[in-house]
Design a binder for this molecule. Structure first.
Ligand code: URP
Ligand code: ZN
Ligand code: ZN
Length: 462
């Protein structure tokens, strides 16, 4: 077992902020103290840098089959990119095909991920086929460490499940310490709007956004919360994009309902004008929910600041412009939905949040790591810097600037949503269970070193 000593850093967690050294042995943090004297195998000087818990991105889609193609990052390429950006844990979404058992679905995702990742990973399970007799399988999945499930109110005929199924699944999850993650959008109404747009000859990428009104999302959020309340369970809204939806979550939380929600960098930094770019450029931003009008951004930041939103994930689901997004050249509804982002999350949120004075440093750590660890059953193994926790540690330079570009990123995709944006705050060195994955910006890890995380029961941070 190798030992590593991180010296002279400023340790920041969701609650702490102090200068100390960290001694790591066998993958876990064994001592935190002032001026630790130890004969470690490796010494890292973190002077002038922040030492923070590794980022946790609880919403990724590596190799997701979608719209006749598959997300372009594999577990190998996607986790290397994540590590470059300071993320040391992802929770990816396994998908149940129609007629498949839940175990078959999770096994299929193990076949994609196991032995290929450079950082640790867990799975949620997207359930698409949940007749009554299959509901008890949810408990077996929770026992195997897949303690959260995503259900869709969108994509009729593909992912959508009806309200009765959602209600029953919420009850089953709630009784057994699981959590339902909800894709909240009224997909039936959206499909009717999409059909009408296409019939009127509206085929350009911008119509993806114009056919998915914020009310369709907010109605889904409202319904998801109401169903959770009736089922006596919690609910976690994924990729919340706009103020209309945030108001539903805020109202529920003010009433004491266990509603949680995440937003994503694309909704904090991009606005509807991306769809008005010339030609087919708007296809880069065809993701669901779509990018909203600019005024929503500050509302979402406010939600993050005051804990109506708990988590920033990425919904990383990359498709190349060439040959993938191009599938919808003549019909926006055929553009595969999703965009890249797993690599940029920490820098973007540090830059837009801390450097620009919207949130504190502690809150930055909380929304990029700690809250996800707590909600998804990984805390305190992950999500903090404490004696006994996994040594998933990011050494972060809060003063360095870098310009985001597809030319230099590590994600396997031919564009960046943030091309040319300069951000302050750069991940320099990353350890995953005590082993270096990124050293001064250079990948030094090894695919296969990442481990599957059998997660504990979901619980509410507050
Ligand atoms: O457009 C998106 N978000 N693609 C990924 C699938 C999903 O709904 O999360
Ligand atoms: Zn979704
Ligand atoms: Zn997603």
């Amino acid at each position: 077992m190798t030992t590593t000593l991180i010296k002279n850093g400023r340790i920041v967690t969701a609650v702490d902020d102090y200068n100390a050294d960290i001694l790591i042995d066998g993958g876990t943090i064994v001592t935190i103290g002032k001026s630790i004297e130890a004969n470690a195998d490796k010494v890292i000087d973190a002077k002038g840098r922040l030492v923070i818990p590794g980022g946790i991105d609880p919403h990724t889609h590596m190799e997701l089959p979608f719209g006749g193609t598959s997300a372009s990052d594999t577990f190998e390429t996607g986790t290397i990119a994540a590590a470059h950006g300071g993320t040391t844990t992802i929770i990816d979404f396994a998908v149940q095909g129609k007629g498949q058992s839940l175990k078959q679905a999770v096994d299929a995702w193990h076949a994609k991920a196991d032995g290929n990742t450079s950082i640790d990973y867990g799975f949620h399970l997207i359930c698409t086929d949940l007749p009554d007799e299959r509901l008890p399988e949810m408990k077996s999945m929770i026992d195997e460490g897949v303690s959260s499930f995503k259900l869709f109110m969108a994509y009729p005929g593909v992912f959508l499940v009806d309200d009765a199924t959602i209600f029953k699944a919420m009850g089953m999850a709630g009784e057994n310490g699981g959590l339902i993650c909800m894709h909240a959008e009224n997909g039936v109404v959206i499909d009717a709007i999409v059909k009408k747009a296409l019939a009127d000859g509206k085929t350009a990428p911008k119509y993806h956004a114009l056919t998915r009104p914020t009310k369709a999302e907010a109605e889904g959020v409202h319904r998801a919360i109401a169903l959770a309340e009736m089922a006596g369970s919690s609910v976690y809204i994924v990729h919340l994009s706009c103020d209309d939806s945030l108001q539903e979550v805020t109202r529920a939380r003010d009433m004491g309902i266990n509603a949680y929600a995440e937003t994503c960098p694309q909704y904090l930094f991009l606005d509807y004008s991306v769809y008005e770019q010339p030609g087919f450029e708007g296809a880069k931003y065809v993701m669901t929910p779509p990018i909203r009008e600019k005024w929503n951004q500050e509302k979402l930041w406010r939600g993050l600041k005051f804990n109506d939103l708990q988590v920033v994930s990425t919904d990383h689901c990359p498709f190349c412009m060439k040959e993938q997004k191009e599938l919808g050249k003549n019909d926006f509804s055929k553009i595969p939905n999703g965009g890249p982002g797993v690599e940029e999350r920490m820098s973007l949120i540090y830059n837009g949040g801390v450097a620009q004075g919207r949130i504190s440093l502690n809150r930055f750590v909380e929304i990029t790591s700690t809250a996800a660890a707590k909600i998804f059953g990984l805390f305190p193994r992950k999500g903090t810097i404490a004696v006994g926790s996994d040594a998933d540690i990011v050494i972060f330079d809060p003063n360095e600037e870098r310009t985001i570009s597809a030319k230099t990123h590590h994600m396997n995709v031919d564009y960046s949503c943030y091309e040319g944006m300069t951000v302050k705050g750069v991940t320099k060195t990353v350890l995953s269970r005590g082993e270096l994955v990124i050293e001064e910006g250079r990948y030094v890890g090894k695919p296969g070193k990442g481990q599957f995380l059998k997660r504990g029961l979901a619980f509410s941070p507050r």
